[in-house]
Design a protein around this ligand. Structure first.
Ligand SMILES: Nc1ncnc2c1ncn2[C@@H]1O[C@H](COP(=O)(O)OP(=O)(O)OP(=O)(O)O)[C@@H](O)[C@H]1O
Length: 187
C-alpha cells in the first residue's frame, strides 16, 4: 500500500475555504510519518481529505482502490450514556481484544466511566490494531500525563508492522520517535 499526496489542496469538510496546501508526501507499506506544523495550518483537514471527508480542490490523493483507513480523531465524539464497555468497544472496532496493561484492566468498565486519557488510549489501540492499511492518528498524546504518554509509546511500538501510520502531533517527544517528519507551513 502506498499513500501519495501530490500538490494536494483541500479545505475543511463542506467548504471551499480556507484553502489548505499544497501538500506533497508519500508513505509506503509499514512506514510511519509524523506531520507537524502550527495550530490552524490544516493538519486535521488534511487527514479529513485523505479519508474523503474534505474536498479535493486540486492535486491528487493516490491510494490503492479498496484501501482501508482508520482515523482516530483529535476530539472523540461524545460517548456518554452509551452502555458499551471496553471489551464491547474493541469488538465493535474489530480491534485486537487483548491490549497490554494497563488498558487490559480497563476493559470491563463502561467507556463513560473511564477518564478522558484512558478512553484516548483505548481509541488509539483500536485504531492501531483494527484491520487497516493506513492509520491516521490526530494528536494521540492529547489528554495524557507522563505515564499515559509512556503507555502510548508502548502501544505504538506494538503496532502491526504492515500498516502505514500518519501521526499529527505537536508533541516533540512523540514526533522524535517517528522515523520521518514532514512539517506543514502556512501557504
Ligand atoms: N468547519 C470549519 N469552517 C471554517 N474554517 C474551518 C473549519 N474547520 C477548520 N477551519 C479552519 O481551517 C484551518 C485548518 O484547521 P485544522 O483544524 O485543519 O488545523 P490544524 O493544523 O489541525 O490545527 P491544530 O494544530 O490547532 O489542531 C484553520 O484556519 C481553521 O480555523
Amino acid at each position: 500500500m502506498r499513500l501519495e499526496l501530490i500538490d494536494l489542496v483541500t479545505a475543511p469538510p463542506g467548504r471551499r475555504s480556507p484553502r489548505i496546501g499544497p501538500v506533497s508526501l508519500a508513505l509506503d507499506d509499514g512506514e510511519a510519518l509524523a506531520l507537524t506544523g502550527p495550530n490552524g495550518v490544516g493538519k486535521s483537514t488534511l487527514l479529513a481529505a485523505i479519508t474523503g471527508r474534505a474536498p479535493l480542490l486540486s492535486g491528487e490523493c493516490r491510494l490503492p482502490a479498496g484501501s482501508r483507513i482508520r482515523l482516530v480523531e483529535q476530539i472523540a465524539r461524545p460517548d456518554r450514556d452509551l452502555p458499551v464497555n471496553g471489551h464491547d468497544f474493541l469488538a465493535l472496532a474489530e480491534a485486537d481484544p487483548r491490549p497490554p496493561a494497563p488498558l487490559s484492566g480497563w476493559l470491563p468498565r463502561r467507556l463513560d466511566q473511564l477518564s478522558g486519557g484512558q478512553r484516548q488510549l483505548l481509541r488509539v489501540w483500536a485504531g492501531l490494531t483494527a484491520p487497516a492499511d493506513l492509520v491516521l492518528l490526530d494528536e494521540p498524546s492529547n489528554n495524557l500525563d507522563r505515564r499515559g504518554r509512556r503507555t502510548l509509546f508502548e502501544l505504538l511500538d506494538h503496532r502491526p508492522p504492515d500498516r502505514c501510520l500518519l501521526i499529527v502531533s505537536h508533541d516533540a517527544d512523540l514526533v522524535s520517535r517517528v522515523p520521518r517528519q514532514v512539517e506543514m507551513r502556512p501557504a
